[in-house]
Design a protein around this ligand. Structure first.
Ligand code: ZN
Length: 174
């Protein structure tokens, strides 16, 4: 089932999410719903706080080439355990800040540890777009948005546009 995505600015997007203690069916359903919501958007990553649930869960699928098999991933309690000094710049966007994009510099390679949907601990090195995406999504669990990496002018400009867009969308729904 698709879930509505919260739009910036929203206080829930600025909060730190709580670790997942038990992998319940409810949480697995949430992961499935988040994947469905992400693919439908369409996007390559989504964090639970973006659908209003303050739990440490992210989903991602950064396969962008047409004809390649999808690679849906759900990560509970994901954490970056190591990151490279070498950096990468990607033009990032966010499903909670539609139509706004900006270059963000992040470590190129990260070692990520998480619990998978079967409750097993996993660890993997991620590179390129996957590395950027997983860092962007984990940031959401700490109440951090990609615009927080930008200078104050650019951040305020994007936020003003986001406020306007949010009002327009609210009017469309009313
Ligand atoms: Zn985002």
């Amino acid at each position: 089932m698709k879930r509505p995505i919260l739009l910036h600015p929203d206080p829930r997007l600025k909060k730190a999410s709580a670790p997942v203690a038990d992998l319940t069916d409810e949480l697995r359903t949430l992961a499935d719903d988040m994947l469905e919501t992400m693919y439908d958007a369409p996007g390559i990553g989504l964090a639970a706080p973006q659908v209003g649930v303050l739990s440490r869960l992210i989903v991602l699928d950064c396969v962008k080439e047409e004809g390649e098999l999808p690679q849906p991933m759900a990560m509970f309690n994901p954490e970056i355990v190591a990151s490279s000094d070498e950096t990468n710049v990607y033009e990032e966007g966010c499903l909670s800040i539609p139509e706004q994009f900006a270059d963000v510099t992040r470590p190129k390679l990260v070692q990520v540890r998480w619990i998978d949907r079967d409750g097993n601990a996993q660890e993997q090195e991620m590179d390129g777009l996957w590395a950027t995406c997983v860092q962007h999504e984990i940031d959401h669990l700490d109440g951090k948005l990609f615009i927080d990496y930008l200078g104050p002018m650019k951040r305020q400009l994007i936020t003003r546009k986001a406020v306007k867009l949010k009002k327009e969308r609210a009017r469309e729904k009313a």
